[in-house]
Design a protein around this ligand. Structure first.
Ligand code: ZN
Length: 172
């Protein structure tokens, strides 16, 4: 990583393994993007620490809609601007980029009963800034190789506030 925090070196994804159970795309540093056999779960995980972010298809689709915003936040961060970004992408999971932590943090939050503010918990993974471009390449590869993964977030199909309120992704 250079001084600005903006990764400039070349990134390659390697198709590291394909078993009958799971398709795995390495994102470097012992981390990988995995798709399970039935295309029902995507995981970004660290082999060493076992930290991970787990996505249902709807959550994954919603997360992908945040990618451009994340890129824009990282670009601001590289210019040393104040960044405080946090977006809910489903099931209580949030992605955040902030000046103090300098990472792309994928983390589950919960809302304590009777409170109005989400709180982060330990479940999740903080991606180093240099890992982000590699992850994006892995995401592109995953979708190129698996065109049948659902790409529509659930909220595109919610027609009433009642349906949204009953959705475990939108209203965990
Ligand atoms: Zn929903």
């Amino acid at each position: 990583m250079d001084k600005t925090g903006c990764p400039r070196h070349e990134h390659h994804y390697t198709f590291s393994s394909q078993t009958s159970e799971m398709k795995t795309f390495s994102t470097g540093n012992d981390r990988s993007l995995k798709l399970n056999k039935s295309n029902s779960e995507i995981t970004i995980a660290d082999k060493g620490t076992k930290k991970a972010a787990v996505f249902t298809p709807a959550r994954w689709a919603s997360f992908r809609l945040c990618i451009d915003q994340i890129d824009s936040q990282l670009s601001d961060l590289a210019q040393d601007k104040d960044v405080s970004y946090c977006a809910h992408y489903g099931g209580g999971w949030h992605v955040s980029v902030t000046k103090c932590f300098r990472c792309v943090d994928l983390r589950k939050f919960y809302m304590p009963k009777g409170e109005m503010i989400w709180k982060p918990i330990r479940t999740g993974i903080a991606l180093r800034l240099a890992e982000w471009p590699t992850l994006k390449e892995s995401i592109n590869s995953l979708h190129r190789d698996n065109p049948d993964i659902i790409v529509t977030p659930c909220f595109y199909n919610h027609s009433t506030p009642e349906i949204i309120a009953a959705c475990p992704e939108c209203n965990p």
